[in-house]
Ligand binder design. Structure first.
Ligand SMILES: Cc1cc2nc3c(=O)[nH]c(=O)nc-3n(C[C@H](O)[C@H](O)[C@H](O)COP(=O)(O)O)c2cc1C
Length: 183
């Protein structure tokens, strides 16, 4: 199975959680990583990568309850009419996609009365929009909360790294199970 990871982190040099997760993913044979922060505007290259993938992992840190701007820009540019949507449907139709998300906040903060205003699934519906429009098959969402490595913001680096290892293992197991289903 050809597993494609779309890395939506804007600056891995400053990342703790995503860089730890990606370090695991880089070690997997048959997995390739596409860093959207390096996107050079060649839309066809990106579309071909998506078409060649058997399974797609969309990996990103939650910023303002959605994906970072670099990933939004990549989606805006790559999910074009005639490719991701339009009268002839989508060329990504039924492609299995797994969302793998790191979040700094607590899970409890995602509620009407909480710090983040809405239940997480309300934000999820918004960021999934282009993928739903493209009729991909969203097979799973793996999100880990409290991945805050910055002590000045009440975070803990060692704990974030430990959570990232566990997160990477969960993604790996989910993909392995899916690979059996889609083989
Ligand atoms: C601009 C910005 C916005 C953020 N917004 C949120 C948010 O809305 N919800 C949340 O849980 N965490 C939020 N965070 C925290 C990040 O999700 C967290 O730092 C990140 O997942 C850790 O991954 P990293 O170490 O790979 O950067 C935000 C962080 C930044 C820099």
């Amino acid at each position: 199975m050809n597993v494609l990871v779309i890395d939506g982190h804007p600056n891995l040099a400053r990342s703790v959680a995503n860089s730890t997760i990606l370090a695991h993913q880089t070690q997997q044979t048959n997995w390739s990583i596409n860093h959207v922060a390096h996107f050079n505007g060649d839309i066809k290259v990106e579309q071909d990568l998506l078409l060649r993938a058997d399974l797609i992992v969309v990996q990103f840190p939650l910023y303002w309850s959605t994906y970072p701007a670099v990933l939004k820009k990549w989606v805006d540019d790559v999910f074009t009419y005639g490719f991701a949507f339009g009268p002839d449907g989508s060329r990504l139709k039924d492609k299995p996609v797994l969302f793998s998300i790191t979040a700094g906040a607590t899970e409890d903060s995602y509620s009407e009365s909480g710090f983040n205003f809405l239940p997480f699934d309300a934000y999820q519906a918004a960021y999934e929009h282009p993928f739903r429009a493209a009729e991909v098959n969203i097979v799973d969402t793996i999100i880990t909360f409290e991945m805050n490595a910055n002590p000045e913001e009440g975070g803990d680096q060692a704990n974030t790294i430990a959570l990232a290892h566990t997160h990477a293992k969960s993604v790996f197991e989910a993909i392995n199970q899916l690979a059996e289903t889609y083989a």
